[in-house]
Design a protein around this ligand. Structure first.
Ligand code: FE2
Length: 351
């Protein structure tokens, strides 16, 4: 399968993964005539999707965790956040615990050396899907750092709940389409503290998970909030979560902008190392992320158009490609290993 822009759907493309709306299947895997649904998909905020077509036949997308686990996580975090919004303080932490254990187990067993940590989201369900993927990225990075299973679990719980405080902020501020006033911005910046204070009432949530919630907007140069902590004053779990939060936000479609390709998000994180993010953690994280995940469409310095077929481990910028068009628009179908052609580089990511 490969990734395409919904905008660019063509007649010969079949849907490669089901699309869900409110937990129900809206379009099933294998549906053809996809371009007929283009408008509906865009209305739902689905700007990208996985398809099968003549170029994708042997491309495998290596997901960090199972789609079913991701969906289950989204359902549970949605219920949890809704209950909090409605004033309940008896969180059903059993469900949350189970799904974080599933995510941890799957990531611990995942032997892929380069991880595809991007999760495609519809813009309408951003908050919940973002919570799940921050948890996934936190656990993946924690695994790279050699954390124990119990540490991974606590970190993953913190990642899942990092923005829980947003449920306690008025929706008219949270969803305001226009520019926020200074006061409104301050209200939103209260969310780490609100979330932390809320979780203080819930004994079954570890203090280590709560610290992630409290400190995920702290930045290593002291420019973050709520406490303006610096470097090691910020708990390592929260420094991990800061990277996960920003990486996932940048690689997600939002109402006001399209997702950034992975390489660009990785560059952003590198450029802001030591200012915003912990250098040692970034150094562990980025070499294990695939910058051009399988199924991405790219343009090369030769002008050729290509799809990423598979990865060269240890060389995140030099994957193995399938060339699909030459620089004059003539169709091609042959392989190009960028590790064997060091003079050729990827100059643009289409999707
Ligand atoms: Fe946040």
């Amino acid at each position: 399968m490969r990734l395409v822009l919904t905008e660019n759907l063509k007649e010969d493309m079949e849907l490669a993964k089901p699309i869900y709306e409110n937990g129900n299947v809206l379009l099933n895997k294998g549906v053809s005539n996809l371009y007929k649904y283009k408008r509906k998909l865009l209305e739902l905020g689905i700007k990208h999707l996985y398809v099968e077509d003549k170029y994708s036949y042997d491309i495998e997308i290596n997901e960090a965790i199972k789609d079913s686990t991701r969906r289950n996580g989204k359902k549970i975090v949605t219920n949890t956040f809704d209950r909090i919004k409605n004033g309940f303080i008896d969180l059903n932490t059993g469900d949350l615990k189970n799904v974080i254990e599933d995510i941890t187990d799957e990531l611990v067993l995942n032997e892929d050396v380069l991880l595809n940590l991007v999760s495609l989201k519809s813009t309408s369900n951003y908050t919940y899907e973002h919570s799940v993927n921050v948890s996934v990225i936190c656990i993946a990075l924690g695994k790279m750092l050699g954390y124990s299973k119990s540490e991974l679990f606590k970190l993953g719980m913190g990642g899942m709940l990092h923005d829980v405080g947003k449920t306690l902020i008025p929706e008219e501020i949270l969803n305001k389409p226009d520019k926020l006033t200074d006061h409104e911005y301050e209200v939103i910046q209260n969310h780490p503290e609100l979330g932390f204070n809320y979780l203080q009432q819930i004994e079954s949530i570890s203090p280590l998970s709560r610290i992630v919630v409290y400190s995920h907007h702290e930045r290593v140069d002291g420019s973050g909030y709520p406490r303006g902590l610096k470097g090691d004053e910020i708990h390592e779990f929260a420094r991990v979560a800061a990277i996960a939060d920003v990486f996932d936000a940048l690689t997600s479609d939002r109402v006001y902008r399209d997702r950034w390709p992975t390489y660009k998000a990785a560059e952003y994180i590198m450029n802001h190392t030591e200012q915003l993010f912990d250098y040692q953690l970034v150094k562990k994280f980025l070499p294990q992320v695939s910058f051009y995940p399988n199924g991405s469409e790219v343009i090369l310095s030769t002008g050729h158009r290509a799809v990423v077929r598979t990865q060269n481990v240890g060389f995140p910028t030099r994957p193995i490609l399938r060339l699909i068009e030459d620089d004059e628009g003539n169709e091609l179908d042959r392989e190009l290993d960028l590790l064997k052609h060091m003079n050729i580089v990827i100059t643009k990511v289409i999707v």
